[in-house]
Write a protein of this length. Sequence first.
Length: 336
Amino acid sequence: MKRQIVLSGIRATGKMHLGNYVGALKNFVELSEDKAMECFYFIANLHTLTTHTNPSELRESVKSVLRDFLACGIDPNVATIYAQSSIPEITELSWMLSCIAPINLLTIMPHFKEKRDKMHEAGMTENAGLLTYPVLMAADILGVKSNLVPVGDDQAPHVEFARELAKKFNDTFGELFQLPKFFGGAGLRLPGLDNRGKMSKSETSSVIYLDDTPDIVRKKLKVAITDPQRIKRYDPGDPNVCNIFNFHHALQTAPLDIARITKECKTGEIGCVECKEILSKVVNDILAPIHERRAKIIGMGTNYIDDVLHEGGLRARKVIRKTVNEAKELVGIPCY
Ligand code: TRP
């Protein structure tokens, strides 16, 4: 049986949170446990360079993301885990792809437009890396000849773009790449605690980090907003407009509890405090095994993290180097 090649990456921008877990990492673990899949998960530290310029923070972020990968249960002996910067061939492939990438498609990418506007607002000029970001991403995907890319909806246009480039390369130079597909089904989008968009690192107060202790989780939830109509304890509420209820759904609180909350919120029988206590337990139950694994990993010493990155880098590089050499041959730019 031919295995599916799964690839996904996460930018190195600091600690991961519950939104990353339910939106991506949980899915990564499940895919890697499926024997029909061969999984490559990497830390996109070259992509981080488009928005971050602090070298020591960047180094630390890569390790922190790796710790989170492992803590969430990705087994480095099953999935290949690596840092993008360990594989220079990716940038070589990225160059070849950039020479067939239509610039008009790059300028209309939502991610590019958003970042460019933010930079303009801050009085800065966008860098070229932001524009070619999707080309590098295509090189990540095509370098391992992936056909399945599990990412959040916001990254779907980038995967579609990689597919277009793969087609164009194959048509122009000869069949080399599989056509990658966006795989979004299993990932959930978790709102921030402040209910202003999805949970995201840039809004620190609205985030539950994967290493938050049970006490911190309780405290953060305590001040999180609920249905704004519920001001006094016995005010009736509407679960459909309550952000905490969104969490109950997304995190799969037990159906019996959900049924009770739905009913008793509307009549004012259950208070927000109790409802949040139920949610705290759900969150802490999700985090408990992650904390346990994290403690084990930290116990194995800092060398362990370096070793995993090194081993994964060697493994991934072997695969990617082969693809890139094939691409160079096809394009007519061999290494003489
Ligand atoms: N751009 C992705 C993000 O910000 C990270 C990423 C880089 C990626 N290269 C990739 C994801 C290749 C999937 C495949 O989330």
